[in-house]
Design a protein around this ligand. Structure first.
Ligand code: HEC
Length: 160
C-alpha cells in the first residue's frame, strides 16, 4: 500500500509539472524574436505607407480607431488576443503557446514595427498565429491594427 501511495504521488507530481510546462494559454518567451533569422533584418526595416503613419508611436487617433475596428472585427484578432489585448481571448486559451499579451510594454520595446508587421502578415511559424495577409486583411489593414495593438501598452503613444 505504501508503495502504491508513493507511485500515486509521483504520478501526480509529474502530471503537475508537465501540465504546468504545457499550460494552454501561456505565452512562450515574449521577448525572444519571432521573425525567422533569414528574414529578420529585412523585416526590421519594413515601413508603413507614408499616408498611414511614420512610426506606430505617432499614429493618429483615426488610424488607431480604424485598427481597433479591425482587431475586434474582420481581423478576428480579438478571438485569441482578447478584447483587452491580454492574450486571454476564448480561442487563445486553448493554444500552446498562448497568444501574445500586448499589455506587456517590455514586449513592445523589444520589437520594431516592421517585425510585428511581418508576423501579422506571415504568421509565427509553428504556432496558432497564422498568416493574416491576404486571406483575412490587407497590408494597410495590418499596419492599422498594429498601431492599435501598440496602445495596449499605455505608455506607447505618450509624447516625450
Ligand atoms: C487563432 C488565434 C490567433 C489569432 C486569430 C490571432 N493571433 Fe496573433 N498570436 C497568436 C499566438 C498563439 C501568438 C504567439 C505566437 C508565438 O509565440 O510565436 C500570437 C502572436 C502575435 C504577435 C506577436 C509576434 C511577436 O513578434 O512576438 C502579434 C503582433 C500578433 N499575434 C498579432 C495579431 C493580429 C494583429 C491578429 C489579427 C489580425 C492576430 N494576431 C490574430 C494567436 C492568434
Amino acid at each position: 500500500m505504501k508503495k502504491f501511495l508513493a507511485i500515486c504521488s509521483l504520478v501526480t507530481a509529474f502530471a503537475f509539472i508537465s501540465g504546468d510546462l504545457a499550460f494552454a494559454g501561456a505565452e512562450k518567451d515574449p521577448l525572444k524574436a519571432r521573425v525567422p533569422r533569414a528574414d529578420r533584418g529585412k523585416a526590421k526595416k519594413m515601413k508603413p505607407p507614408k499616408e498611414l503613419y511614420k512610426k506606430s508611436k505617432k499614429a493618429s487617433d483615426e488610424i488607431v480607431a480604424a485598427g481597433k475596428k479591425i482587431f475586434e472585427g474582420k481581423g478576428t484578432c480579438v478571438n485569441c488576443h482578447g478584447k483587452l489585448g491580454d492574450g486571454l481571448g476564448p480561442a487563445g486559451k486553448v493554444l500552446t503557446p498562448g497568444p501574445r499579451n500586448f499589455t506587456n510594454c517590455k514586449f513592445h520595446k523589444k520589437r520594431k514595427d516592421g517585425e510585428l508587421f511581418w508576423i501579422i502578415k506571415n504568421g509565427s511559424p509553428g504556432t496558432g498565429m497564422v498568416a493574416m495577409v491576404p486571406a483575412t486583411i490587407t497590408d494597410d489593414e495590418a499596419w492599422k491594427v498594429l498601431a492599435y495593438e501598440r496602445t495596449f501598452c499605455k505608455k506607447w503613444r505618450k509624447k516625450k
